[in-house]
Design a protein around this ligand. Structure first.
Ligand code: F6P
Length: 531
């Protein structure tokens, strides 16, 4: 039997076992938790027992996680379908040394980091100014990995933002660029066009719109534009002066790029010192991921809970539920990180994947989600593994009582999922309220919570730049480990290409310049309606 079969057999053999029973007579909470760098990852409220954990770890070993991990950190071209190294970790380890094709990439990484830092300081201190004086607002125009990382991190680190206000435009829907620019003064706005390729249609269209907006009031709009890209020829063609173009190697994937120049808007907002704290948090998690044995390795164990829930238990989705309003964009960020990385049906060697690919990731901050979709999580027919995130402290000492309520809600949810409420308890509550007979029977059933629903909790001291860095690097490595175990390439994204091509072909059809005749009936009908 393979390890996969062993795991499935073990899961089936204990299918009805309450997770709560695993706590009986053992210090399960401690043994099924990892503490690292001030973080606590508790996976004791899952069905993973000692045998399952042992098998999962053997699975990771057999898949070659340790070897792939080393290959990644040392610059090997593990993104095989694109022939690229995967070195986002180099962006946060500026003292490190790593070579690609025999060339040390770190001098360039350090030089680009230094020029981003110098530019960020110039903007923050007013040495770089717009036509109307000191820069008050920075607009990052980008999409996907060129948007979600800095947008998520700027929201997360709002208490540290003491520079110009950061804004983000991503959608090709003109409403987005219109609404963001509407409140801004073009004479004191800096636009950063962030696009790895500098060809992405949404970004280039929005960049042109922003330039036209600025041209109405600023004599030479290009002077208030900067660019972050690997395509220096294209940034030049757009008219952005080379001293305000910040490049990075093709060995940084879009969804892993917040640590480098794509994080420029974040660096300007929070300042280079706090940005360095964010990098340090990521680097600390890298060191842990690289060195800790699998059982004590937070990223490996987070990945293995994912594999257990998705590929072994068959739960197709995973809810990410931060009890931290400022992490409101984390679920969207993780959606790209996880679904663009591990949503693949073909293995690295080109054969079909013989199991489910990565999960559907979704979520909202608690407590808001509680009043929206938790009903289904608690009483729906499908089991949805939940990943809670919660901090010990907030940034608002005067509102500490609200933070306590937030924490209480987070813990209450994972407790409710674990315990549930059995029928006899529901009946006795209703009986105390005076219900009896058939009415009590019927009403009680609606008040039953099946419980035995798995969740993990990642607890952290406070959402500082360092902690955010730890959390984001933790999830990156989790996605990596899951990808290695599934045998897929987590670093390409061919699945986004077809839609892009078809959109380009449909634009002239909608404009009436080309015929829709070759399209299917539904598309023709929609073109006729919308065109
Ligand atoms: O469409 C997918 C994608 O290629 C992402 O992987 C990437 O983050 C995003 O588009 C933006 O790409 P670019 O930075 O080249 O504009």
């Amino acid at each position: 039997m393979s390890l996969w079969d062993d795991l499935r057999f073990h899961h089936a053999a204990h299918a009805g076992r309450p997770i709560l029973s695993l706590f009986d007579g053992t210090d399960r909470a401690r043994h099924f938790s990892i503490r690292e760098g001030g973080l606590l990852f508790d996976y004791s409220k899952t069905g993973i027992d000692a045998r399952a954990r042992g098998l999962l770890i053997r699975l990771a070993e057999a898949a070659g996680v340790a070897q792939r991990r080393e290959a990644m950190f040392s610059g090997a071209k593990i993104n095989e379908t694109e022939g690229r190294s995967v070195l986002h970790t180099a962006l946060r380890n500026l003292d490190g040394a790593v070579s690609v094709d025999g060339r040390d990439v770190m001098p360039e990484v350090r030089a680009t980091h230094a020029s981003c830092e110098a530019f960020a300081r110039d903007v923050r201190d007013g040495r770089f100014a717009g036509q109307g004086g000191r820069i008050t607002d920075v607009v990052n125009i980008g999409i996907g990995g060129s948007d979600l990382g800095p947008a998520m991190a700027c929201a997360a680190l709002a208490p540290y933002a003491d520079g110009p206000r950061a804004h983000f435009v991503s959608n090709v829907d003109g409403a987005h660029v219109h609404d963001v620019l509407a409140g801004l003064n073009p004479e004191t706005t800096l636009v950063i066009v962030s696009s790895k390729t500098f060809t992405t249609i949404e970004t280039m269209t929005n960049a042109a719109a922003a330039r036209a907006w600025m041209a109405g009031r600023v004599a030479d709009p290009a002077t208030q534009f900067a660019a972050v890209s690997t395509a220096l020829d294209r940034t030049a063609a757009f008219g952005i002066a080379p001293e305000r173009v910040f490049g990075f190697g093709d060995w940084v994937g879009g969804r892993y790029s917040v640590w480098g120049p794509i994080g420029l808007s974040l660096m300007i907002a929070i300042g280079p010192e706090d940005f360095a704290g964010f990098l340090a948090g990521g680097a600390a998690m890298d060191a842990h991921f690289r060195d800790a044995p699998f059982t004590d390795n937070m990223a490996v164990m987070l990945a293995l809970t994912g594999i257990w829930h998705n590929q072994i238990c068959g739960h197709a989705t995973r809810a990410v539920l931060p009890y931290e309003q400022r992490l409101a964009r984390l679920p969207a960020y993780l959606q790209q990180l996880e679904m663009e990385s591990n949503g693949k049906r073909v293995a690295m060697d080109g054969t079909d994947l013989h199991m489910d690919s990565g999960p559907v990731v979704w979520g909202e901050p608690g407590t808001n989600g509680q009043h929206a979709f938790y009903q289904l999580i608690h009483q729906g027919t499908r089991v949805i593994p939940c990943e809670f995130l919660v901090g010990r402290e907030g940034h608002e000492p005067a509102l500490a009582h609200q933070h306590r309520l937030l924490v209480a809600n987070c813990l209450a949810q994972s407790e409710a999922l674990l315990r549930g409420r059995p029928l006899d308890e529901a009946r006795s509550i209703l009986a105390k309220k005076g219900l009896s007979g058939a009415d009590l029977d019927r009403q009680a059933r609606h008040r039953v919570f099946p419980g035995n629903r798995p969740s993990t909790t990642l607890a952290y001291p406070r959402l500082t730049p360092f902690v955010l860095g730890q959390i984001i690097a933790l999830y990156e490595h989790r996605v990596f480990v899951e990808g290695v175990i599934l045998g897929i390439n987590s670093f390409d994204q061919w699945g986004v290409e077809l839609g892009k091509e078809l959109a380009l072909a449909l634009e002239p059809i909608l404009a009436g310049r080309e015929s829709a005749a070759a399209k299917d009936g539904s598309t023709r009908q929609l073109v006729e309606y919308l065109g």
